[in-house]
Design a protein around this ligand. Structure first.
Ligand code: C2E
Ligand code: CA
Ligand code: CA
Length: 402
């Protein structure tokens, strides 16, 4: 979409900053601008303004209704307005808020640390396109914690597997296990409907261990059929607080008979940056026992080399918000390129996530990224489908695709 077609809603309580943003937007040539000084006013404006805003710039810390509450309402009311977050808050916090935003099913174009400048603003505005197909989001979920815990007990959760492919050779080099709820009435339901509640209520470990167990078993089965590759499992930041985590993970994987080196544990960048001693203890112990660690959603936080160097990780997954359409956006390309460079210098694998198009694939390949994961290759699939996928997989086809 053209910048000239944007109807922008600016939500900012500081009059001065709001005026500056309005002026920048006007000089970038947007079609119209409406202003609000808190979330409540912003919702009113969305319902009232014609044409309805098709993009929102949203501050987080505001009186009456803050940015987070506004985002929740946006999700609950299914108002599909893409959002850019602006904030002076700590980048760790910003990254967890971006995550929350995405889990609410909101299309987050990106975050800008204040003070906002025209270059950042323009590059994020130009990411604006048709909203992605809405996945099951937390806002769609009507599930209570009780429903979810009962389902955990009834063993209704399963990993779906999404392949990872070597960008140079096209060979299959692994798969990420992503939790799905096989709901008896609602069908296959994505993580947004249950992970936030499990995490916030301190119950995520039960699910983690089930997924870990099933993923390890599936991986073993793959090996038995001659397809030797690792599987990746996601660990929540909250799980890392409990120092018994590493032992539990060990026990489960040992029971499956899988060598830990085939079980990659993905932790988000914000978890990798944590200073909390128990988390570092867990990560060190897991690494000591041979589990490769992967840094997930890289680029959404702002970790520096020193912080990353504290953790012996072996893979860096570049967040999909940078990879998607980065072939058309030079600022995103710079981020992706420097992430790949950094991975190379640290001697770890780089993985581009959210590869949706041939252009993304080609560009990653050109930049020397090691591995790709995304809809362009395949969507996450259940074990039977994945097993068939692995059997019929032809590396040449992927490379020929480029
Ligand atoms: P994630 O770890 O970043 O996983 C990648 C997400 O991107 C998955 O969403 C995947 O389906 C989606 N994806 C993959 N390729 C593409 C693409 O080309 N385009 C787009 N638009 N999306 C793509 P999913 O399965 O909905 O999972 C969402 C998040 O939920 C995951 O993000 C992860 O943080 C969390 N999650 C999933 N399973 C588990 C789990 O077992 N435990 C924990 N703690 N978290 C999990
Ligand atoms: Ca992941
Ligand atoms: Ca990720």
């Amino acid at each position: 979409m053209n910048i000239a077609d944007l109807h922008v809603l600016v939500i900012e309580d500081d009059d001065f900053q709001r005026k500056i943003m309005v002026r920048m937007l006007a000089s970038l040539g947007v079609a119209s601008i409406v202003e609000a000084s808190n979330g409540k006013q912003a919702l009113d404006e969305i319902h009232r303004a014609t044409p309805r805003p098709n993009i929102a710039l949203c501050d987080l810390d505001m009186p009456e209704m803050d940015g987070m509450e506004f985002l929740r309402h946006l999700g609950e009311e299914k108002l599909t307005i893409p959002v850019i977050l602006t904030s002076a808050l700590d980048s760790k916090l910003l990254s967890s808020i971006s995550r929350m935003t995405r889990l609410y099913g909101i299309h987050l174009l990106g975050t800008i640390e204040k003070p906002v400048n025209p270059v950042n603003l323009k590059s994020l505005l130009s990411k604006h396109g048709p909203a992605p197909v809405r996945q099951q989001s937390a806002a769609d979920s009507t599930f209570s914690l009780e429903d979810i815990l009962a389902a955990v007990d009834a063993d209704q959760f399963e990993p779906y597997f999404q392949p990872k492919v070597d960008l140079r050779t096209g060979s299959l080099v692994g798969a990420e296990a992503l939790a799905r709820w096989k709901h008896p009435h609602h069908g296959v339901t994505g993580p947004a409907a249950f992970i936030p509640l499990l995490e916030s209520s301190g119950n995520i470990d039960k699910l983690t261990f089930q997924i870990l167990d099933k993923a390890a078993m599936a991986c073993r089965r793959c090996h038995d059929h001659g397809h030797v590759m690792p599987v990746s499992v996601n660990l929540s930041l909250v799980s890392l607080d409990d120092t018994s985590l590493a032992d539990h993970v060990m026990q489960i994987v040992r029971r499956s008979g899988l060598d830990p080196r085939y079980l990659i544990l993905e932790i988000t960048e914000s978890a990798a940056m944590t200073d909390v001693a128990p988390a570092l203890e867990n990560l060190a112990r897991l690494c000591m026992h041979g589990f490769p660690l992967s840094i997930d959603d890289y680029g959404t936080g702002s970790s520096n080399l020193q912080q990353l160097a504290r953790i012996a990780f072996s893979e860096l997954k570049i967040d999909q918000s940078f990879v998607q359409d980065f072939s058309e956006n030079s600022s995103l390309r710079v981020i992706v390129e420097s992430s790949i460079d950094m991975a190379r210098k640290l001697n770890v694998k780089s993985v581009g996530e959210g590869v949706e198009t041939r252009q993304d694939w080609d560009m990653l390949r050109r930049l020397g990224c090691d591995i790709a994961q995304g809809y362009f290759i395949a969507r996450p699939m259940d074990l039977d489908t994945f097993t068939a996928f692995v059997k019929g997989y032809q590396p040449g086809l992927m490379v020929a695709k480029s």
